[in-house]
Design a protein around this ligand. Structure first.
Ligand SMILES: *Cc1c(COP(=O)(O)O)cnc(C)c1O
Length: 370
């Protein structure tokens, strides 16, 4: 059908002239990183765009999440309730900061953590909840906040998929104690590689900024043990350019989304999540979940058929984090049956701003042919 393979995503990039203009100043100043001019500008632009009280920029989203967990100073071995239905980063950050992940199942409409099942997992060792706004679908932020308050737990969201998403007009990064955004090349908005941590408490800023720059407070003073997680000027410049086009990009994604909906909704055996009420979406992904008994083909068959036609969909998220080789034997997957089911039957279809509607039609025809 297509000469070139269609990938599941394609990075958004500004016109090359725009980027060259943006980095001209960096060549003049020769200031390439360490809280440079572009970094400072992007941080303030993104704080406004994301409608969050505080924001720190990072080299990538994973380091932002890891440093958030470090910044709260949880006791070693503390338990963190999270979801196995996510990207590797979420659980890895918890493990890398010396904490113990405890997996909660997901709900079946948006595939986010099932907030009604969090409380039964809380023990006297629980220190935090790390939910994920999967596919940009927001978690039940209100119920999560209530549970967290009742048990005095911190809430740190993995909002890697949720750039620009709002709930009742509030930036999604304003919920919980902190939220991590990823600006990776494959996300709705990118700085090539990059990430952001949004948080409420201004007092956290000093800690976060120290942790991301080796704990250095001045040329002759190192106050704490830290690492290097700073965003460089070329990434920040890409971010400044991409931010000028983000609303158009999301509008184009919406057209792709609508076309998929037209072609695929109402088909027996294909489940598509509905848009959420009171949510401004970002159309980050287009996941569909197959019911092999009623649809007639299973996920892997559809994946293979698409691949033969040069369409590279993605089994995202498969396998579950709790089934990874590095975690094998540590978690009982049967305790998160919804997550297991979705992981075994989900396919995310190609979704990006410049995906043509004809290609979308072609993809849908392949899926529907039985
Ligand atoms: C992309 C992603 C991350 C990690 O972000 P990076 O910027 O690639 O480090 C974390 N969690 C989820 C759910 C992601 O999709």
């Amino acid at each position: 059908m297509n000469e070139k393979p269609v990938l599941v995503t394609q990075s958004s990039m500004p016109p090359i002239e725009e980027y060259i203009e943006e980095i001209r100043g960096v060549f003049d100043s020769k200031w390439l990183t360490n809280n440079g001019e572009k970094h400072q500008l992007l941080e303030s632009l993104l704080r406004d765009y994301l409608k969050v009280p505080e924001l720190s920029l990072f080299a990538n989203g994973h380091l932002a999440l890891y440093i958030a967990l470090e910044a709260f100073g949880f006791p070693e071995g503390g338990e963190v309730i999270t979801t196995p239905y996510s990207f590797a980063s979420t659980t890895h950050a918890i493990v890398q900061s010396g904490l113990k992940p405890v997996f909660c199942d997901i709900e079946m409409e948006n595939y986010t953590i099932d907030a009604s099942k969090i409380e039964e997992l809380i023990t006297d060792k629980t220190v935090a909840i790390v939910p994920v706004h999967v596919y940009g679908h927001i978690c039940d932020v209100e119920e999560i906040e209530e549970v967290a308050k009742r048990h005095k737990l911190k809430v740190i969201y993995d909002a890697a998929h949720a750039f620009g998403v709002e709930y009742k007009g509030i930036g999604v990064g304003s919920f919980g104690d902190a939220s991590m955004f990823s600006f990776h090349a494959t996300k709705v908005y990118n700085t090539i590689e990059g990430g952001g941590l949004a948080y409420r408490d201004f007092a956290l800023r000093k800690k976060v900024e120290l942790l991301k720059n080796f704990g250095i407070t001045s040329p002759e003073n190192v106050e704490s043990v830290g690492m290097n997680a700073k965003m460089n000027e070329f990434s920040a410049a890409m971010g400044i350019c991409n931010l000028r086009h983000i609303d158009d990009e999301i509008a184009k994604r919406k057209l792709v989304y609508n076309r998929y909906m037209e072609r695929l909704s109402g088909i027996e055996g294909i489940k598509i999540s509905n848009l959420q009420e009171n949510v401004k979406p970002n159309y980050a992904y287009f996941p569909i979940v197959f019911d092999k008994d009623t649809f007639g083909k299973n996920r892997d068959q559809v994946f293979d058929e698409l691949e033969r036609c040069g369409i590279l969909a993605r089994k995202y998220f498969y396998p579950l984090i709790s089934e990874y080789e590095c975690y094998i034997g540590q978690f009982d997957v049967s305790r998160t049956p919804n997550a297991k089911y979705v992981s075994d039957n989900v396919l995310t279809l190609p979704m990006y701003a410049d995906l043509s509607l004809e290609t979308v039609d072609g993809i849908c025809n392949i899926i529907k042919t039985r």
